[in-house]
Design a protein around this ligand. Structure first.
Ligand code: F6R
Length: 607
């Protein structure tokens, strides 16, 4: 979504803001801008397109020790220089950057216009600086606090006034904001990545809170001006986590990081003595876990695919009924909350509005909702009733890769925990743990196929439509493979259960529709091979991800990507990595912007 950074302190603001914008780039945006104040005058520079374009027009001598900056992902008004943030009031002395949507902006705008305010942009945001100026009597904080109650919708915002030096005023309602506390300098940002190179001391704002920051300190209040004491938290990230470290793209780096990120998701969470998992963050006693009669998972996109996979796994292994649902759908169908159900909200960013609002709706109805998230301190983990961090480290590429396998890993651990309380023996638990423990090395071996997959991507990149087909545990992986290809290469791809092929999609088969089949040597292998043969019989092209040495599959398929033989439950990990690499290399072949694919954003904080 849109990104925000504000700075006040002894260093030149423009350079810091420009650097912050670059760090926010990965979130996806279509225009960017910044404003700094110097000697009582605000200078606003903004431009549609890439940040590099903005930096080209940035005056080299742009002064000022405080300012704000923004990457915009258009919601109201086309992508244009004018609609880019910051927005200012008529006098041009108040500047605002805003994430979220002001739903009642039309009424506010009409009223302000009738009072003589002149608007320049088509955005909802522009009402904010005008409103602030209408209340301004020499105190920006006071004027902001009079403005906020008039806004309906969501916001994370920061504003500055030309004649209130070194003062940032930020506020949050439904869109993440945090304060970075440095040495004699302060940052307000929507995203840790924007500031973590400067400070690791962070204060997370809650909805309804306002923060005023100056280089000497900060104070936080609620809208009614009551002081809110906030804890300064320490962010454990290393700088390398947000650098490419020799890889061409963050997506490539994050794919190759998976042996380590899977390991991190497991670390400290395996109880070898009792052959089970240790997940203290769930905040549940064994007795409470035993009382769980069903598990329900809500999420969006890739996180939903991890949840869907978990639903198969839980039922297969722990014999607990489990289902996954798109959070956006659950929220609006007045869900029935069952007393004995345990809910999981899965989200890499921890900020996805569809998932967050669905979680709140479930909680309102009395459900216990646990979070499985990556971004530490984000809203879902803070509002959930417990949960597990996946500890992937920052995922910078827009297309999610390492978070997916880490979410899976956490669900495997949860399944182990629940299964060991029910039908799984100590021996069964031991074997499950051994299989999990081998995963990082096994995933590493798949990287040996990198060049081969690159060649396949080159061979197949001219095709316009792909089908991804898998069954059982590998059906959600097929969905994920199709999503990855669509997202980063813009090639149309659909995921299906291979069994569904004959119920419709087979009509698409000809020599222009390559089918990527996932063929583990599990109980359904024979059926998937038959589906492959059905495709071949109709002149279709088949790429099969299969176990090395599977001669029958090699004989049928046009191309194969061999993976090592592993325990049946572990195939999803082995299957998804080649699909991620295939999507990555196809995107490269087609000259796509791999880390920032068009129209996409890293955390979707609007509905
Ligand atoms: C896919 C992707 C999106 C996200 C989805 C949910 O590569 O990045 O589909 O998975 O927007 O995001 P989170 O997991 O942050 O809730």
């Amino acid at each position: 979504m849109c990104g925000i950074i504000g700075y006040c302190g002894p260093r030149p603001a423009a350079a810091l803001l420009a650097e912050g914008l670059k760090r926010l780039e990965h979130k996806g945006y279509d225009s960017a801008g910044l404003a700094t104040a110097d000697g009582g005058t605000l200078t606003v520079v903004k431009r549609k397109g890439k940040i590099a374009g903005l930096l080209e027009i940035l005056p080299p001598d742009l002064g000022g020790s405080y300012g704000i900056a923004h990457t915009r992902w258009a919601t109201h008004g086309e992508v244009s220089d004018i609609n880019a943030h910051p927005h200012v009031n008529c006098a041009g002395d108040i500047a605002v950057v805003h994430n979220g949507i002001i739903e009642n902006f039309t009424a506010l705008k009409e009223k302000l216009q009738s009072e003589g305010h002149v608007f320049r942009s088509e955005t909802d945001t522009e009402v904010i600086p005008h409103l602030i100026s209408s209340f301004y009597e020499g105190d920006l904080e006071g004027a902001v606090k009079k403005t906020l109650p008039l806004l309906t919708g969501t916001y994370g915002l920061v504003c500055v006034h030309a004649r209130e030096p070194d003062r940032l005023v930020g506020a949050r309602n439904g869109s993440p904001m945090l304060l970075g506390v440095g040495d004699d300098e302060m940052f307000i940002a929507s995203d840790l990545t924007a500031i973590v190179t400067h400070t690791k001391q962070v204060v997370y704002l809650e909805d309804g809170e306002v923060v005023v920051a100056t280089p000497r300190g900060y104070h936080t209040t609620d809208m009614r001006n009551r002081v809110v004491d906030k804890k300064v938290e320490f962010v454990g990230w290393e700088l390398e986590a947000i650098e490419k470290e020799g890889f061409s793209h963050f997506m490539e780096k994050e794919i190759f990081e998976q042996p380590q990120s899977i390991l991190r998701a497991m670390q400290g969470r395996i109880d070898h003595e009792n052959s089970t998992a240790r997940l203290g963050g769930l905040n549940m006693t064994n007795r409470e876990l035993l009382d769980v009669e069903r598990v329900k998972i809500i999420a969006a996109g890739t996180s939903y695919h991890a949840g869907l996979l978990a639903s198969y796994l839980m039922e297969m292994v722990a014999r607990v009924p489990c289902s996954a649902e798109l959070a956006s759908e659950l929220r609006y169908r007045n869900p029935i909350v069952e007393r004995d159900a345990l809910y999981f909200a899965v989200s890499q960013s921890g900020e996805t509005v569809d998932t967050l609002y669905a979680m709140r709706e479930l909680q309102r109805k009395g459900a216990r909702v646990l979070g499985i998230c990556n971004a530490v301190g984000s809203t879902i983990p803070r509002e959930s009733d417990g949960g597990v961090y996946i500890h992937s480290g920052p995922e910078i590429a827009i297309a999610s890769t390492k978070a997916f396998t880490s979410q899976m890993t956490v669900f495997y651990l949860f399944t182990l925990l629940v299964a060991r309380m029910r039908n799984m023996s100590i021996e069964g638990g031991k074997e499950f743990i051994e299989n999990l423990g081998r995963l990082p090395d096994l995933v590493q071996t798949v990287f040996g196929q990198k060049e081969h997959i690159r060649r396949l991507a080159k061979k197949y990149c001219r095709y316009k439509d792909f089908l991804f087909l898998g069954r059982g545990l590998n059906y959600p992986v097929a969905l994920e493979g199709a999503l990855k290809l669509k997202e980063v290469s813009y090639v149309h791809a659909e995921g299906y259960s291979a069994a569904e092929l004959k119920h419709g999609p087979i009509a698409l088969i000809n020599d222009e529709t390559p089918c990527v089949f996932l063929v583990p040597d599990d109980a359904l292998r024979g059926k998937v091979v038959s589906n492959m043969k059905e495709v071949k019989a109709r002149s279709g092209r088949v790429i099969a991800v299969c176990v090395e040495g599977d001669q029958e599959v090699m004989d049928v398929a046009d191309d194969v990507i061999p993976i090592p033989k592993v325990g049946e439950l572990m195939y999803p990990f082995m299957m998804v990595v080649p699909l991620q690499l295939f999507a990555y290399h196809t995107a490269l072949e087609l000259g796509r912007d791999v880390d920032q694919p068009r129209n996409l954003t890293k955390s979707v904080t609007v509905e």
